[in-house]
Design a protein around this ligand. Structure first.
Ligand code: TRP
Ligand code: SF4
Length: 417
C-alpha cells in the first residue's frame, strides 16, 4: 500500500486544495489576520496552510515564549529549494521565537546511505545558509544529541508498526534504522520543549513532510499525563497515565473541584488557567507537559525542469556554490510558461503561474512587489519574450548568489555540528 504522501519520494504533484480538506490542514488567512506584520511568504500565497498556527500568532502578538524549529536532511548540497523554510524560521526568530535547527544525519544515513562524514560536510553548508539569512539559536546534528535520542526512545513507546505502515507505507522489509529516523524526527520536533520549557512550537515544512507532523502531534498528545477539556459548565481534567499523586495535586490546586476515579472536575475557572496549572503539575511529577506542535505548509518552488526541485535531478536545482556559467545555463534552459511561437506569445501572452522562472522570481529573486507585478504584466500582455525575461532572471540569480555566498563565507566560524 502506497500512502498518498510519502516524504521520501521526489516526484509528487499534489492537488493542494484536496490535500488540505482531506488531511485537515487549514488555510492560513484567518490565523495570520492579527499579526502585527506580514512577511512576503504569507502575502504572496507561498505559505498557505497550517495546523494550529493560532497559538503561534498569539505568542507573537502577546510576546510570550514560543519555539520555531525545522530540520534538513544533509543528503546533498543545499539549494534554492531549501531557502523558503529557512526564511520562515529566520522571520519567526525575529518575531521572538527560540530558533532550533536539526541536521537530520540519522535520516540521511539510514534512508539515503550517506556516510557520517558527508552528512557533516553538507550539514555545515545548510547552517551557513541559515546564518547568512540571519538565523540565531540552537543547532545540532541528530547523531550527536543524546538527550534527543532518549526522547526518541520515550516517543517510541507510543507508536507501533501498524501506525508506521498506515502513515508511511512501511512493510516487513523496511529497515529498522528508517523507522528510527522517523521517531528521531518526532523527537526533534518536541526537543525545544525539553531543552527549554514547554511552549507552542512551530514547524514550517513543505507539504511532503505532513506525515511527520501528524505522527508527532499524536505522540505529543499521548505523552501527556492529562487531557483538559471544557465541558458544559465545568472543566474536566482526565488522567491518561498520571500517577495518583499528580491527580491529587490537580484536585488540591482548585478549590471546590471534585475528584473522581481518574478525573477531576473544576467549576468556575478559566480553561487556559487550568491548562497552565495542570502543565505545571505534570512537570513537577516528571511529565513532559508538551504543547501539541503547530505547522505551516508552503507550496514548492518548481524545479527548473518542472516538477519538484530535487538534488536527484541536478538540472532542476541551483545550489549556492555552482559556477556562474552553469547557473546561467540552467536558468536559460528552464521551463517557462511561454507559447509555442513568438507570434502566439505576442497575441496570447505567457502564463507566469506555469513558469518555473516566474516562480523563482516570486519566491526569492524579487523583493519589491511593484517590480514583480511589472514582470507579470509584461509576461501576460506578451510584451516581453521568454528569452529576454530569462536573461533578466539569470542576472538576478547570479547577483543574488554572489551576495549570498559572501554572507555564507562570513559565518563559517559560527557553525557547530
Ligand atoms: N525529514 C526532513 C527532510 O527530509 C528533515 C527533518 C528532520 C525535519 N527533523 C525534522 C524537518 C524536524 C522538520 C522538523 O528534510
Ligand atoms: Fe516565464 Fe518570463 Fe516567459 Fe512569462 S515571459 S512565461 S515569466 S519566462
Amino acid at each position: 500500500m502506497e500512502p498518498e504522501i510519502n516524504p521520501w519520494s521526489s516526484n509528487q504533484s499534489l492537488d493542494v486544495e484536496k490535500f488540505f480538506s482531506e488531511f485537515g490542514i487549514e488555510p492560513i488567512s484567518q490565523a495570520i489576520a492579527d499579526l502585527p506584520e506580514l512577511p512576503y511568504f504569507f502575502l504572496r500565497g507561498i505559505v498557505l496552510g497550517h495546523r494550529d498556527y493560532g497559538q503561534i500568532a498569539s505568542a507573537i502578538r502577546n510576546r510570550t515564549p514560543f519555539h520555531i524549529l525545522t530540520g534538513f536532511m544533509p543528503s546533498g548540497h543545499p539549494h534554492l529549494g531549501h531557502l523558503m523554510v529557512m526564511k520562515e524560521v529566520v522571520w519567526h526568530v525575529q518575531q521572538g521565537g527560540n530558533g532550533y535547527i536539526t541536521i537530520a544525519d540519522r535520516e540521511a544515513h539510514a534512508v539515503r546511505g550517506l556516510s557520517w562524514e558527508k552528512c557533516r560536510e553538507y550539514g555545515k553548508e545548510y547552517l551557513a545558509c541559515l546564518y547568512a539569512l540571519g538565523f540565531e539559536g540552537t543547532t545540532y546534528a541528530q547523531s550527536r544529541n543524546d538527550r534527543l535520542k532518549d526522547l526518541a526512545f520515550e516517543a517510541a513507546t507510543k507508536v507501533n508498526f501498524s501506525e508506521l505502515t498506515a502513515i508511511y507505507g512501511f512493510g516487513p522489509d523496511t529497515d529498522l534504522a528508517h523507522a528510527e529516523s522517523v521517531i528521531t524526527q518526532v523527537a526533534d520536533i518536541l526537543y525545544p520543549q525539553i531543552d527549554r520549557a514547554p511552549a507552542p512550537t512551530l514547524v514550517p515544512v513543505g507539504i511532503d513532510q505532513d506525515p511527520h507532523i501528524r505522527l508527532t502531534r499524536g505522540i505529543a498528545h499521548k505523552l501527556r499525563m492529562f487531557t483538559v477539556e471544557e465541558r458544559d459548565g465545568y472543566i474536566s481534567v482526565r488522567s491518561k497515565n498520571a500517577p495518583d499523586a499528580a491527580l491529587a495535586a490537580v484536585h488540591k490546586a482548585f478549590r471546590g473541584s471534585k475528584k473522581y476515579e481518574g478525573h477531576v472536575d473544576i467549576k468556575g475557572a478559566q480553561c487556559n488557567d487550568v491548562k497552565g496549572k495542570v502543565r505545571e503539575i505534570e512537570l513537577a511529577h516528571g511529565g513532559f507537559g508538551f504543547f501539541t506542535p503547530s505547522s505551516t505548509y508552503h507550496i514548492f518552488m518548481p524545479g527548473l525542469t518542472g516538477g519538484k526541485m530535487s538534488s536527484s535531478i541536478p538540472e532542476s536545482i541551483i545550489s549556492f556554490y555552482e559556477p556562474e556559467a552553469a547557473v546561467r545555463k540552467k536558468v536559460m534552459s528552464g521551463i517557462t510558461g511561454g507559447r509555442m511561437t513568438l507570434q502566439e506569445q505576442k497575441e496570447l501572452g505567457g502564463e507566469p503561474d506555469k513558469c518555473s522562472l516566474y516562480m523563482l522570481n516570486l519566491f526569492h529573486m524579487v523583493s519589491d512587489d511593484n517590480v514583480l507585478l511589472k514582470i507579470r504584466k509584461r509576461c501576460v500582455s506578451g510584451e516581453i519574450t521568454c528569452g529576454q525575461c530569462k536573461k533578466e532572471t539569470a542576472e538576478r540569480v547570479v547577483a543574488f548568489l554572489k551576495d549570498f555566498r559572501e554572507k555564507m563565507d562570513a559565518c563559517t566560524e559560527r557553525i557547530r555540528v
